[in-house]
Structures are given as structure tokens and as C-alpha cells.
Design a protein around this ligand. Sequence first.
Ligand code: CDP
Ligand code: MG
Length: 138
Amino acid sequence: MERTFLMVKPDGVERGLIGQVINRIENRGFHMVAIKMLRISQELAEEQYAEHAGKPFFHEMLSFMTSGPVVAMVWEGPGVIQSVRRLMGATDPAQAEPGTIRGDMGTSISRNVVHGSDSRAAAEREINLFFNDSELPG
Ligand code: CDP
Ligand code: MG
């Protein structure tokens, strides 16, 4: 069964959008199999976003991602990785289609409410960064 990693970023938590994000993915028929609220450390943020190290927005993004609590989740279902990416919409809310999470709720490219894995390899890596085996169903 396919799994993906989804996070409500600090802007989404601060603005009270956790429930709406969860609703949209549940409505699509997927199942949440793990969830936790946490404050990300600098080290964890650097690891999560390692592919972006050195980019102009990297430093500011890390300081935002560590600025307040986030909600980390694992979702399961057929095709869930790409389906969740489609439900999220484009990275920049100004470009994201209406009806997507970012298109409806995002306020800027850096305040775009959610993070979601973009491939099977990323999903496995990110799930294991945030959850122990004992926190995940077999
Ligand atoms: O999140 P997504 O996979 O759609 O986009 P990304 O290209 O992997 O970028 C990761 C995150 O970096 C984005 O979600 C933005 O929050 C942030 N970012 C930014 O702050 N400024 C940019 N010019 C590009 C990305
Ligand atoms: Mg990405």
C-alpha cells in the first residue's frame, strides 16, 4: 500500500487550517495512519529540505519552518503520493488552481500551508525522518 508524508506548515497551524487540510484528503478517500504536532529543530529542517541547500530562499525557509509548531502526517491509499500533490496545488499559491489547498488557502510561495512528498523515494525518506517504526502501522 502506498504511503506519503504530509505536513501542515507553521502558517497553516497558526491560521487554524489543520482540519480543512485533513478534510480534503479524507474526502478524497485516503486514510491517515499517523499524526503528530511538533516543533521542528534546525537540524531536522535542514535534513527535510536538503535538496534545496544553497538556494536563495533556503535560509529564510528554514527559519520559517522552525518558527512554530507543524503537524506531520502519514497518509495511505492507492496513488496517494501524486493525488496529495494534486490536492496541494502548485508551490506558489498565485499559480495554484482554485480548489487546491494552496490555491484556496496559501498566501505566498513561502507561506503555502502544506508540504507533501513528491515521489516514492521522498515519501519513504520523509516518513522515516518524522516517525519511528513503532508509530506506524505494520
Ligand atoms: O513544496 P513544493 O515541493 O511544491 O516546492 P519546492 O520547489 O520543493 O520548494 C520547497 C518549499 O520551499 C516550498 O514549498 C516553499 O515553501 C519554499 N520556497 C520558497 O520559500 N521560495 C521559493 N522561491 C521557492 C520555494
Ligand atoms: Mg518539493
